[in-house]
Design a protein around this ligand. Structure first.
Ligand SMILES: C[S@@+](CC[C@H](N)C(=O)[O-])C[C@H]1O[C@@H](n2cnc3c(N)ncnc32)[C@H](O)[C@@H]1O
Length: 274
């Protein structure tokens, strides 16, 4: 048996141990990415084997906290992929406007940049007051950051460019107040947002939505977990509801592929048709 094969056994045992002790289920996440994160944590803990890491994680909850942070990649940006948001503005919002009340779900919303971006866009299009946005993640720390609405001021230049490229109609700086190193986003943007914990591995559908964005989340999942997530999403979308995925994600070869029509393959927008 090669050392790689032995390490694979250790990784499986570690993930099983984490699931049994802490209830977090990473057993169906994509192996390459989960392995990278485990190796990073071993490095951080100064440990030589995955088994040694397992020992520490099972007996030291603070080590599990650190592992959890490594596992949940919470990178996000305001108007990430501006073309996607432009498409939402031009193609999706006119459709949403046909409803008296609109429900939106950001599944895997991380630290909230994407959620505030959409809130800004809905506000500019005169639809925000008729919306309820659910922003969920399994990572409580990310949710707390998202709720705060405070982001690093130094990133605002890049975000302003994204905002303009996404068809922004005002000045991006209208939406925040600069204070020391922070940009504090205006509280009216939070009025229609509900932040809540939801785990796509274990939790079910909790409402019916006209639009669901689940972007850059399923790239970290293995096939079975992707299929489960697609089931939860399908069950949560209303008829004609729209699903937006990340740049590197797709519906092809998922169990629900035939239930959607493609609105934009470039921007990964799909409509539930049956
Ligand atoms: C890379 S971020 C994507 C953020 C945002 N959607 C975007 O595209 O900018 C991935 C998020 O998925 C969340 N995530 C990972 N596994 C999850 C799970 N099982 N249930 C819910 N969220 C999960 C992570 O905590 C992280 O916040």
């Amino acid at each position: 048996m090669t050392s790689d094969e032995i390490q694979l056994i250790e990784i499986k045992l570690l993930l099983e141990g984490i699931f049994q002790k802490y209830g977090y289920d990473f057993r169906d996440y994509a192996l390459a990415s989960i392995r990278r994160r485990i190796l990073k944590r071993m490095d951080g803990e100064n440990l030589k084997t995955v088994s040694a890491l397992q020992d520490r994680i099972l007996h030291d909850e603070t080590c599990m906290d650190r592992m959890l942070l490594d596992f949940s990649v919470s990178v996000s940006d305001f108007f990430r992929d501006p073309g996607f948001f432009k498409q939402i503005r031009d193609q999706v919002i006119p459709f949403l406007k046909t409803y008296p009340f609109v429900r939106i779900w950001h599944a895997g919303s991380a630290t909230g940049e994407e959620v505030y971006s959409l809130a800004i866009m809905l506000y500019e299009e005169g639809l925000y007051d008729r919306c309820r946005i659910y922003a969920t993640d399994f990572n409580q720390q990310s949710l707390e950051k998202a709720k705060s609405g405070i982001f690093p001021l130094k990133k605002m230049k890049a975000y302003t460019k994204n905002y303009i490229d996404a068809g922004g109609k005002l000045a991006f700086s209208n939406y925040y107040t600069a204070q020391y190193d922070n940009a504090i986003f205006k509280s009216f943007l939070k009025e229609k947002i509900v932040f809540a914990q939801h785990n796509l591995v274990t939790d079910q559908s909790f409402n019916e939505f006209n639009l669901i964005l689940c972007r850059n989340v399923m790239i970290y999942f293995g096939k079975n977990l992707q299929a489960r997530t697609h089931k939860v999403i399908y069950n949560s979308l209303s008829q004609w509801g729209i699903l937006g995925l990340g740049d590197k994600e797709n519906l092809t070869f998922t169990p629900f592929e035939d239930h959607y029509e493609t609105l934009s393959q470039t921007y990964k927008l799909f409509r539930k048709v049956k």
